[in-house]
Write a protein that binds this ligand. Structure first.
Ligand code: MSP
Length: 634
């Protein structure tokens, strides 16, 4: 049976140019779609622009442009960004296109005929400067904060969608389908929104006299619809709803990907609209966190809006994509820093991956006349190699089930590190010197095979680099679906080219030197002997699971991978600083030989090291790049 998947990004507003946040969602969806293809899925990937509404009209006016010329320009910028980020979308929809407007009108008429849409008077305080209603809370001394004028009370007819009818149904649907909205914390948010108070009906229109930049209602031309009722339907209109072949094939497999800002429209309005219109629901809503800068929202005034193209120009598209996948865990916010980006490229892409490929191609050139040799049977420690292959295949499968790419990329880079260690342990150079050609051939073949598999598995993240990697071991093309046996003896390697390069860390902005006010620090403790220090057994460990300790606001209970098969449990007083979700997957430093003790009845087998900042802030100590668990720290 054909496996299919349909992925969507939000359609972006066209009132400003794209930034790293927009780039991230589109790159993430591209990677997901490519991973699914690699696993044999037929996929469809939609993105586009949301072009109606008064904000857009006002932005156009500010630029002295007609609305049409303005939306064409900005939508064009979003579209042009895609190939520059190596994004291979199948379609790009604009809400100003006729194919979309037609579907919006059709669905509206259908809902109106069924009595799901009704008109009612609405009264509110309206600022003509802002062209919008204000709630009393938003006003300052009864005046619009932007125009310092008193808004006028106006009454008008609006159309409403009877969303309130669907509250109970949606609660039970979300409860009955635990992964309808994921990850769990956003599912819980949507549920608490629904359970908090009665759901209100949704206002879906504005009088055309006040807002002309929308889609006229089919049953009342004096009103237009815009924003959510218009925008959400793009996911169906682009597939040719209701009869299009694409709609028949792909809609049942729909997965939306958005950031947390638009959880409510996607998790609540949209399912209610679908249900009312008799359209089957989407499969999953996958919600990611926000990219921030210096732990705050990007802001034009602070100059912290990151332009993805600047980074692409400096560091290359694929390295940028890798960083995006590596840095953000689905559901959590991530802090963008160019220093972290450079570190990631230097250590993981250049030192680990690039170095592995360069070592192997160099050795094949030297020991095997530049040709991938035929093995003479299994390589030394073949079980380890088989295990690494399984790890790659498992990571890919997990990606299809869980959507989070961070652990996938992490597993792949761990395989690279294990291969580097394997080669160092096996020391082919000594075997070559001793004339053990059979073992050298076995090692070179196995390593080339692993490069081939890694290149394929990294293809969704780094499409161009993956092709380069394959070319370096003499493979001119990559298969559509993953093929572990892609590498055959006989390929001619290229040992000259390096896959990545190292970069200087960018200089931090020259800040005005402020008068230095140093916080008081706690007094230093008495000196100790070196032997005393050596009594401490500090190790690296990765948090596997984490949860709050009931009845404690300070403690988290964590299962850690400390390099031993059984692992250990640590209870740490960090719950005010880190959520369980933020801890899972983190590598930290632990005191491994602290006598176990019980905290709130739970055994804690060690301590997690943290740095203590001002005002009681604490930050975890983490190796600068991931290393093996259980490694000693000194
Ligand atoms: N037009 C609506 C969406 C309609 S979908 C039927 C909209 N547009 S938007 O331009 O504001 O895009 C919001 C989306 O852009 C987020 O959900 C996310 O995908 C992306 N991002 C914008 N800023 C972001 C960050 N700072 N971080 C991560 N993603 C962000 O809402």
């Amino acid at each position: 049976m054909t496996k299919r998947a349909y992925f969507t990004t939000p359609i972006y507003y066209v009132n400003g140019s794209p930034h790293i946040g927009h780039a991230y969602t589109s790159v993430l969806v591209d990677m997901l779609s490519r991973y699914h293809k690699l696993l044999g899925y037929e996929t469809w990937f939609l993105t586009g622009t949301d072009e109606h509404g008064d904000k857009v009209m006002r932005s156009a006016e500010k630029q002295g442009m007609t609305t049409t010329a303005f939306v064409d320009q900005i939508s064009g910028e979003f579209r042009a960004l895609l190939p520059q980020l190596h994004i291979a979308n199948d379609d790009f929809i604009r809400t100003t296109e006729e194919r979309h407007k037609k579907v919006v009108r059709q669905v509206m008429q259908n809902l109106y005929d069924k009595g799901e849409i009704y008109s009612a008077q609405y009264g509110g305080r309206y600022c003509f400067g802002c062209e919008r209603f204000y709630t009393d809370k938003e006003l300052v001394d009864g005046k619009c904060p932007d125009h310092d004028t008193e808004p006028e009370w106006i009454e008008e007819t609006n159309y409403y969608f009877r969303m309130s009818n669907y509250q109970d149904w949606l609660i039970s649907h979300i409860k009955g389908h635990p992964d309808f909205i994921r990850p769990e914390k956003f599912r819980n948010k949507a549920l608490s929104f629904l359970e908090a108070e009665p759901l209100k009906d949704l206002s879906i229109s504005r009088p055309a006299s006040r807002l002309s930049w929308g889609i006229p209602l089919p049953f009342d031309e004096k009103h237009v619809t815009y924003v959510w009722f218009d925008a959400l339907l793009n996911y169906c209109s682009a597939l040719g709803y209701p009869d299009g072949e694409l709609f028949q094939n792909f809609w049942p497999e729909a997965q939306h990907i958005t950031a947390k800002d638009i959880l409510i429209p996607h998790g609540i309005y949209w399912p209610c609209m679908l249900k009312a219109a008799g359209i089957p629901l989407y499969n999953h809503l996958n919600v990611h966190g926000y990219w921030q800068v210096d732990a705050a929202k990007m802001s034009k005034s602070r100059g912290t809006v990151i332009n993805p193209l600047d980074l692409v120009q400096k560091y290359g598209v694929d390295a940028f994509r890798y960083y995006l996948a590596r840095e953000m865990r689905l559901g959590n916010d991530a802090d963008f820093s160019e220093v972290a980006l450079v570190n990631c490229i230097n250590s993981e892409l250049n030192d680990d991956l690039g170095n592995f490929v360069k070592r192997i191609t160099g050795m094949v050139a030297k020991y095997c006349d530049g040709i991938v040799p035929a093995p003479n049977g299994p390589a030394p420690d073949q079980e380890l190699l088989d295990g690494l292959e399984r790890k790659i295949m498992d990571a890919l499968q997990r990606c299809a089930q869980e959507i989070d790419l961070h652990p996938v990329v992490e597993s792949l880079i761990e395989v690279v590190r294990s291969m580097n260690k394997y080669i160092t342990d096996q020391a082919p150079w000594t075997k070559y010197k001793n004339g053990d050609t059979a073992t050298v051939n076995g090692l070179m073949y196995a390593s080339a095979r692993m490069i081939g598999l890694l290149a394929q598995a990294l293809q969704p993240v780094m499409p161009e680099k993956s092709l380069e990697m394959l070319a370096l071991i003499g493979i001119p093309e990559r298969p559509v679906e993953i093929d572990p046996d892609l590498v055959k003896p006989g390929g001619k390697v290229n040992s000259e080219r390096a896959l990545f390069q190292k970069y200087e860390a960018p200089a931090l902005e020259d800040a005005e030197p402020a008068a230095e006010v140093r916080p008081e620090i706690t007094p230093f403790r008495d000196e100790i002997e070196f032997d005393d220090f050596m009594k401490l057994d500090l190790r690296t460990a990765t948090v596997k699971t984490a949860e709050r300790v009931p009845k404690s606001d300070k403690l988290l209970r964590m299962d850690m991978d400390d390099g031993t098969p059984e692992g250990r449990q640590i209870v740490a007083g960090i719950a005010k600083h880190y959520t369980p979700e933020e801890m899972v997957g983190r590598q930290v430093v632990i005191v491994a030989n602290l006598k176990p003790r019980k905290l709130m009845g739970l055994l804690s087998q060690g301590m997690v090291l943290c740095a203590h900042g001002e005002g009681g802030a604490i930050r975890l100590l983490t190796p600068e790049a991931v290393v093996m668990n259980g490694g000693s720290v000194s």
